[in-house]
Design a protein around this ligand. Structure first.
Ligand SMILES: Nc1ncnc2c1ncn2[C@@H]1O[C@H](COP(=O)(O)OP(=O)(O)OP(=O)(O)O)[C@@H](O)[C@H]1O
Length: 783
């Protein structure tokens, strides 16, 4: 059966009257063996946060005979932080770290949460001789002439999330910069103006002149690799929190492995050092991945490595700075929200606001934006009823779709006196971050996980139990500034039954972006690219075909100029394709397309779900002016255009229409960034500033915009069948229009949908009415 499906796919896929061939891509035979899943063997999870500091005891300290005194080098930087830094478990092991990196290309460093990995390791390494900038001679690849260039001097520390990269940069800037040595504006802009430390995340870069340590998101470093495949400005790359195993970190590891195994001619012979860090990492598989001399590709071997042996060492650092006491519920909780509220208020009433270590705030882990916003409402309502002798509560949300400014608010101390901060976060706050003041963690034990089904081209986003590794990371957030407590809203048996680690993202999501990134980095044979856990062959096959349909790949599988442009946009490839089409004279609707994409990528739906019938009627009266019969996309467009034309009270305007105020603000923020990027890419002139008068979009213009969207979403279309169901044009699956869509319950000739989710049913979301003929036009690569 599987074989038959593969043959059909290899022959081609029919879209309208076209059959697209895959033969250009599929030169390698799939190698199906048992090695594709992450093995749990050799996983090193540091002991659950129980013990206090355990002086320098590692499984791997061979060859280090220096005295204890020598190992405690004097700190460099701001004396205000010396004591705190010297108290970290990592402090006494800094010479071991230096020595191991002096002798090896790669160091895998495992240490408990809060032991000082993210903040201290880069500060230990910048003083090393191999970490200094050097002038070298290299041959130019285009004309063979010899040039003198500078190589090294900087360390990049990658983080899975923007908030971790920026908060760590701020912290390390404070620790590493010597007060008074900065520029004059250092006071105004904080320690990041003083040099030494910087950060680079999507839409936000602060890299002062003289930066030596740069905190970056994994995605940003991948972008840098597109411009500089040898990462020449860096002496070392520190890959932090590898256990999260995002697609980006897997790609990054593959590229780093290639640089390590290469001949270093592009770096003038100067090696690149790599440190892999985590509290809960599968050390065995990481060591094997980097040290294997034949680069194991997805389904075959890559060309032999020039540098046949990458030396990899391992160091485990035990001990944590402060203990964390963990409590499980005696019985499973029937209602998580109720359990959350009662735990939060119990802590609030029983625990003091301060102790000798400082504030005693709370961090609670919930599944997503919707759950956070509803919990916030309930906590605030209940807090109003507290007697006057109980301290007040300030609730701060923290999730990925919030603007960076809103995210950073959760890291500030509360301004009001006699008030406890309660931060409600998704797993965005799970690793790497220190939320100042937090001493209590409440863990609901679940997270929303994306799961992709390549056969159906469908994604589901469901709340699932977290892994043990996540539970350990979450508890670790409580013991960073003093002894902490973690309340798990699940039983000990449930904890014991959790998987050790999460399935790597590459095995459960669409690999479209990953394949495009490889192609853009010059990886012609993506099947031979080294990955720790290769995804299913079928997923790669689908991604290649999809990229071909998007015009990102030519018939021979090479990347096109459109593909190269697509990787420049920080949005998924289909959206990038729509942006590029919108800038062409044929469609000429870039401003409208940016408006729509901004609404869609701003978080959960901008329209709040209304439960009560009475409020529904009221909101629907207001929403009538927004609804468009062309469907959700033109409705989004009308909404954001009316919102940006609103001059008086935008918050009131949103409340009347039951729109999510935060998401509207975030949409405006993304709109500004995307406009800026398109101006930079010379795709449009600087647009006029808001507010602009509102003119409703004509049906003809709406048709142009929807046709433009089909350039990215031709595969996400369905035709109305004689039995009144919608059947997808690609794959022939039945889909239902989601109840949240303005087209729910309506019959149209054909529909385009931007999302396809499986909950109780196979649902199409973000739906628009289209004509069947438009689908065929959209896949015509000549137009
Ligand atoms: N932004 C911050 N504000 C206050 N203290 C901080 C901050 N960042 C780090 N610290 C302090 O430095 C300590 C070490 O933090 P660091 O992030 O280096 O640990 P880590 O070993 O990388 O932890 P994890 O594995 O959880 O990422 C923390 O426990 C905390 O005491």
């Amino acid at each position: 059966m599987a074989k038959k499906r593969k043959n059909e796919a290899s022959d081609g896929i029919r879209i309208g009257d076209k059959i697209l061939s895959l033969s250009g891509y599929l030169t390698k035979k799939p190698k199906i063996d048992g090695t594709s899943q992450a093995s749990n063997e050799g996983i090193s999870t540091s002991q659950e946060g129980l013990s206090t500091q355990n002086e320098g005891l590692s499984s791997s300290t061979e060859g280090l005979s220096r005295s204890k005194e020598d190992k405690r080098s004097k700190p460099v930087g701001n004396p205000k932080y010396f004591e705190a830094r010297q108290a970290l478990p990592l402090w006494t092991r800094q010479d071991d770290i230096r020595q191991k990196l002096h002798q090896n290309d790669v160091l895998v460093l495992v240490g408990e949460t809060g032991s000082g990995k993210s903040t201290q390791v880069p500060q230990f390494l910048i003083q090393e001789d191999w970490c200094q900038r050097k002038k070298v001679k290299v041959k130019a690849s285009d004309n063979g002439t010899t040039q003198e260039i500078a190589v090294g001097g900087m360390i990049a520390v990658t983080q899975p999330r923007r908030v971790a990269a920026t908060t760590l940069a701020h912290r390390v800037a404070k620790e590493a910069n010597i007060p008074g040595h900065g520029k004059k504006d250092g006071e105004r802009h904080g320690p990041l103006s003083d040099g030494l430390v910087g950060y680079s995340v999507r839409f936000d870069h602060r890299v002062p002149k003289g930066t030596r340590i740069k905190y970056v998101t994994e995605g940003m470093l991948l972008q840098e690799l597109l411009r500089d495949p040898q990462l020449r400005q860096y002496s070392a790359i520190i890959v932090d929190e590898i256990h999260e195993r995002s697609v980006d970190v897997d790609l990054l590891s593959g590229f780093l492995k290639q640089i390590l195994a290469g001949d270093k001619a592009g770096r003038g012979g100067i090696p690149l050092k790599v440190v892999i860090m985590s509290a809960t990492a599968n050390v065995g598989s990481i060591k094997k991945f980097f040290s294997d001399s034949e680069s194991e590709g997805l389904y075959g071997s890559a060309p032999p490595a020039t540098n046949p042996k990458t030396s990899v060492d391992f160091l485990q650092i035990e001990g944590r700075q402060f203990p964390v006491e963990i409590t499980h519920t005696p019985k499973p909780v029937p209602d998580i929200q109720e359990a959350l509220l009662s735990t939060l208020f119990k802590i609030h009433k029983q625990e003091s606001l301060f102790d000798k270590h400082g504030r005693k705030d709370i961090l609670a882990f919930l599944t997503g934006q919707e759950e956070i916003e509803s919990a916030q409402r309930l906590i605030e309502e209940h807090a109003e009823t507290l007697p006057p002798n109980v301290p007040k509560i300030a609730v701060l949300p923290l999730f990925g779709q919030l603007s960076m400014e809103a995210q950073h608010k959760a890291f500030q101390p509360t301004k009001e006196k006699n008030t406890r901060k309660i931060v409600l976060a998704t797993n965005i706050a799970e690793t790497s971050v220190t939320v100042p003041g937090v001493r209590f963690v409440v863990d609901c034990g679940k997270a929303k996980v994306k799961q992709y089904r390549p056969r159906l081209g469908m994604e589901s986003l469901l709340a699932k139990p977290i892994s043990k590794s996540s539970a350990i990371q979450r508890a670790g957030r409580a013991g960073r500034e003093g002894p902490g407590k973690c309340f798990r809203l699940y039983t000990e048996e449930t904890y014991e039954s959790l998987e050790k680690t999460d399935l790597p993202e590459i095995l459960r999501t669409d690999v479209l972006n990953a394949v495009l990134t490889m192609k853009a980095r010059g990886i012609d044979d993506v099947l031979a690219f080294p990955l720790m856990d290769p995804p299913e062959f079928e997923s790669v096959e689908k991604a290649l075909l999809h990229l071909h349909i998007l015009g990102a790949l030519a018939d021979d599988g090479s990347i096109t100029s459109i593909g190269r442009k697509m990787v420049m946009f920080p949005v998924p490839p289909p959206y990038a394709r729509v942006l590029i089409a919108a800038a062409t004279p044929k469609y000429d609707c870039l401003l409208e397309v940016i408006d729509i994409i901004s609404c869609i990528t701003a978080g959960d739906d901008i329209f709040l779900q209304i439960q009560s019938e009475e409020t529904k009627e009221e909101a629907e009266e207001f929403r009538k002016e927004l609804w468009r019969r062309e469907g959700d996309l033109i409705t989004y467009l009308t909404t954001i255009q009316l919102y940006s034309a609103e001059n008086a009270d935008r918050v009131r305007w949103c409340k009347d229409r039951k729109l999510n105020v935060r998401n509207m603000k975030q949409a405006m923020n993304i709109r500004k960034q995307l406009r800026g990027l398109c101006v930079k890419q010379k795709m449009m002139e600087q647009p006029p500033a808001d507010p602009q008068p509102f003119y409703p979009i004509t049906p003809e213009r709406a048709a142009v915009i929807l046709k433009c969207f089909l350039k990215g979403f031709a595969l996400k279309t369905a035709i109305l069948a004689p039995d009144n169901s919608y059947v997808t044009a690609h794959g022939k699956h039945v889909v239902a229009v989601h109840p949240a869509s303005v087209l729910h319950g309506q019959k149209k000739e054909a529909i385009m949908f931007l999302e396809h989710v499986y909950t109780q049913k196979n649902y199409a979301k973000k739906v628009s009415a289209i004509e069947a003929q438009w689908i065929v036009e959209a896949v015509d690569r000549s137009s």
